[in-house]
Structures are given as C-alpha cells and as structure tokens.
Ligand binder design. Structure first.
Ligand code: KIV
Ligand code: ZN
Length: 512
C-alpha cells in the first residue's frame, strides 16, 4: 500500500496575500466549497488575527465545510492563537498553524529577538495552542535559510510540546531541489523525535522552482504534506501550484509511489473560480490549467494524437476537468434548469434572494447572447452584486459614443449608497471615457495599476471579462466585471474594485 501525500491548500491565506488578490467573505466561502469538492485534505482558510473580516471568513468556512480540515494561521503569541481557536470552533476538524522566524536575518532584523527568545516563544506557543486544539502545525519562517543546528533544537522542542506537523518554508524561494530535499532529510535524520510528526514542504516560486523543490522535499526528504495554491497564486512569484504537484505525483506514480486523495476532475473548475474571483488571469501555456495545456497545434503532433493519444499526451484533459465549451442553457431555460446547472457546477447560492438576482442576470444575458456556456454562468455568479446586497457602488446603465476622428464620450448612471447618480466624461477611448465618468462622481483618487480584458469563451461573441487593479493609500485591490459589451464589463470591474477599496479593513501582514 502506498503512503498518502497530504494536500494542504493555502489559496485563501498565502494566495490571498498576493497584492490585489484579497477576497470577500462570500468569495472565500465559495472557493472553500470548491476546495472541498476537490477533496483537499487541509484548507488554510486565513489568518484569524489579521482582521475581523478574515476572522469571520474562517468562522464561516469552519461552520460550513465538513470534509476537509480547516486551518488558521497565527503568529506565535497567545492572542493570535486564541483568536485562531475561536474562529475554528465550528470545524469538524480544526488545525492551528503557528509560526515564528528562525533565520538569523529575520530574528535579528525583523523580530529583534535572540535565538533563545525565539526558541522559548515557539515552545510556549505550541504548548498554548495544543491546549486549545489537537492538530498543531508549526512553521519556522525562513526555515530553509536558518542555521540547521538551531533549527533542529527548535523543531525537537516543538514536537515535545505537541506539534503534529512540521512545515519547512522556503519563504523567499531561494532553494534548489536537491539541496532543499537534503535539508529536510537532514532535519528528519538528526532530530531524535522526528518520527512523531508529519513533515511538510512550503515553497515559494521566486526562481520558478517551487514545484520542483516541493517534489524534492517529498522524494528526497520524505515529507508527506505539500502546501500549495490553486494556479500557484501567492505573493511575488507565487506558491507551489496545486494542480502541478498533484498531477506530477499522480502521473508519475511509478516514481513517487504515493497516493493523493484529490478529485482531479475538479481542478479546472477550481482554477477558473480562483482566476475569476481574483482577476489573476492564467497564462495560456500554464501546465495543466492553461488554455493551451492540451492543445496540439503542430501537424505532426495532431497526427500522432489522432493515431494514439499517448504519443503526445501524458494526461487526459478530461481527467483534470477540461470539457469542450458546451452550450448549456439559452433564452428559454427556466429557473429550475438554471438552478440545476448551478448545482452541477458546484455553486450554491446562500439565499433565494441571491438565486433570484442571479436568475434575473442570466435572463438579461440570454436576451443578448443566444448561447450560454458554463464559463458565462460562473462569471455571472462571481459578480459581487449577485451575492452581496449592500454594495457602496452599483452599475445601472452606460451609453458611450466613439467615432473615427472624434474624442469618445461616455455618460453613465451608477448607484452610490443606493442613490442614482449620473456622470459624463470624454476620454482617450470609450473605456477611458466611461471610467472617467465614474470618477467624476466618486472621486476615489485611486491609481489604476492594471487593466486587462479576456474573452470568457474565446470568441468575439463571448462575454468580455475585465480585471481592474486599483491602488489607494498603500492598498491594492482587484475588481472583475463581465458583460458581452467590454466597455460595460470595464465599468463593472472598476466599480467592483472601488467597492473592495471601500469595504476592506486594513489587515496585519502575516510576514510583517
Ligand atoms: O512562506 C512562509 O514562510 C509562510 C509561513 C507563514 C508558513 O507562508
Ligand atoms: Zn508562504
């Protein structure tokens, strides 16, 4: 019997730390549901002490998700740990993940603590956490750049205090596979009680080696938990990507000889949901979930695949959840058919009110677009105005005029705290004019740092999905909007970003 590799997903915590990827409570819950369908073993739902919003998001997830262990991050202090335990109260299985930096650089410059103080703090925190919850993970932050003798002392001590999982982060993405694998192996060999805990890898992708390093940690080091995110989302160059690690271990089972419990057919839906929610578009040539990952363009490849698929295919597209664009619904589809399709896609809307709003949106869309694909439905329910009733800003209508040789002009009606207001502006193009028309009322002063458009189902008839990233007073947020008219999609995306700027409280940074 092969051993199991535990999949620990941190999309909702480390992934969300990526600038602009912050998610609302409802968005986090929706993604957590998808992670449960994917059958991830552990969902790191957030960092409870970082903000009230994150606390409530973890609480919601803990109260709803039944099959996966729910975890909260916490710094190594009693207040953070108590807050994490409180947020996790409703969970079937709860885990506290506490961390403190152990590299000389971090201890001296960031924490301003001596190694002995860090060791003591780590022990006290794990002891305290273990009194509240049975399942305790400990991470020595910047572990890979820490002195190995000191790290051995810290890890041996926290195992004695009751830590059940030891995670070795390559916090800055500095490791290379062989060295990282051997580092974990050395720790396991040198620490006398190392067999009392499960060893875990947590790799960042700054040098593009997060997946390779994690696999080396598993193969050479004997780690049995991998921490990863959907689409490799995460700060800077991101984290180890879940889809790549899972498919590597499954496809090369002959080499890794490990089992993973993931339902791989849920990988592409999860990837789409995370991308649509955060506005982080997946590059076309991304392994497993990129639009080209299974496209054979060259004649030789196509010929080979037609004769025998395994000439050029090592995985089957359908096994990771790719399905050909299917026309699923149309103008004549009723509320029940719509509800059923949402269920098939794993989307459950909280209330009848949300379902009614989503159905009204669907009807509006079906009037303008004869063929409705799964992607359209997912985009529609990702729209915040379907799931949250009380937004600061809402879209009502837009008219714009552009003609060769003339400066485009837009006139827009939006709601501000429920009241209709009207704005007008010229601009360099119709999108520019429309967003300036919004600003003429809102006067947010936010700086736009990214604008991108993507055709949801790949043709000019499809809906445009627009991502807008705004920055204001040091905060960065992404807004996503979709509509068959890309100027309207842009206005919706802009308003969605403004809503996020308006609503999100400041948070404590996990590694701050
Ligand atoms: O990268 C890191 O060090 C982390 C820890 C908080 C586990 O995310
Ligand atoms: Zn990390």
């Amino acid at each position: 019997m092969a051993e199991k590799l535990i999949i620990f997903d941190t999309t909702l915590r480390d992934g969300e730390q990526s600038p602009g990827a912050s998610m609302t409570k409802d968005e986090k819950l929706r993604i957590a549901r998808q992670l449960e369908r994917l059958k991830v073993d552990v969902i790191e739902a957030g960092f409870a002490a970082s903000s009230n919003g994150d606390f409530e998001a973890i609480q919601n997830i803990a109260n709803t998700i039944k099959d996966s262990t729910i975890c909260s991050l916490s710094r190594a202090n009693d207040r953070d740990i108590a807050r994490a335990a409180e947020a996790l109260k409703g969970a079937n299985r709860a885990r506290i993940h506490t961390f403190i930096a152990t590299s000389a650089l971090h201890m001296e410059k960031k924490l301003r603590m001596s190694p002995e103080q860090v060791l003591e703090q780590a022990k006290l925190s794990v002891r305290y956490a273990r009194n509240l919850v049975e399942d305790i993970e400990f991470s020595p932050e910047d572990g890979y750049r820490s002195d190995v003798d000191f790290l051995c002392r810290v890890l041996e001590a926290v195992i004695k205090e009751g830590a059940t999982t030891l995670n070795i982060p390559d916090t800055v993405g500095y490791a290379v596979p062989e060295l990282y694998g051997n580092f974990i192996k050395t720790l396991r060999e040198r620490i006398p009680n190392s067999d009392k805990a499960i060893w875990s890898v947590h790799c960042h992708n700054d040098l593009g080696m997060a997946v390779a390093n994690s696999l080396a940690g598993v193969k050479i080091g004997g780690a049995r938990q991998v921490e990863c995110t959907i689409n490799g989302l995460g700060e800077r160059a991101g984290n180890c990507s879940l889809e790549e690690i899972v498919m590597a271990v499954k496809t090369r089972r002959d080499y890794f000889n490990l089992d993973v419990g993931i339902d791989t057919t849920q990988i592409v839906p999860a990837s789409r949901m995370v991308s649509q929610t955060t506005g982080f578009v997946v590059q076309p040539n991304k392994a497993v979930v990129g639009a080209n990952a299974f496209a054979h363009a060259s004649g030789i490849h196509q010929d080979g695949v037609l004769k025998a698929r395994d000439t050029y295919e090592i995985m089957r597209a359908e096994d990771v959840g790719w399905s050909a664009n299917k026309i699923v619904l149309g103008k004549l589809s009723g509320r029940n058919a719509f509800k059923q399709r949402l269920q098939d896609l794993g989307v459950s809307l909280e209330s009848e009110g949300e379902l009614n709003t989503a159905f009204a949106r669907f009807k509006e869309l079906a009037d303008r677009k004869s063929e409705i694909f799964d992607e359209d439905i997912l985009a529609l329910v990702s729209d915040e105005s379907v799931t949250s009733e009380k937004e600061q800003y809402g879209f009502i209508s837009l008219s714009q005029h552009s003609e060769t040789g003339e400066r485009p002009h837009a006139s827009i009606v939006i709601t501000v705290e429920g009241k209709e207001v009207h704005g007008e502006s010229d601009g360099n193009g119709p999108v520019d004019a429309s967003l300036k028309a919004i600003e003429s009322n809102v006067k947010s002063g936010a700086e736009m740092v990214l604008y991108s458009v993507n055709a949801i189902s790949g043709s000019t008839e499809s809906q445009g999905e627009v991502t807008v990233r705004l920055q204001n007073s040091g905060r960065v947020v992404n807004g996503v909007g979709s509509d068959p008219d890309i100027v309207v999609a842009s206005a919706k995306a802009y308003l969605s970003a403004l809503n996020k700027l308006h609503s999100k409280a400041d948070r404590v940074a996990a590694q701050g």
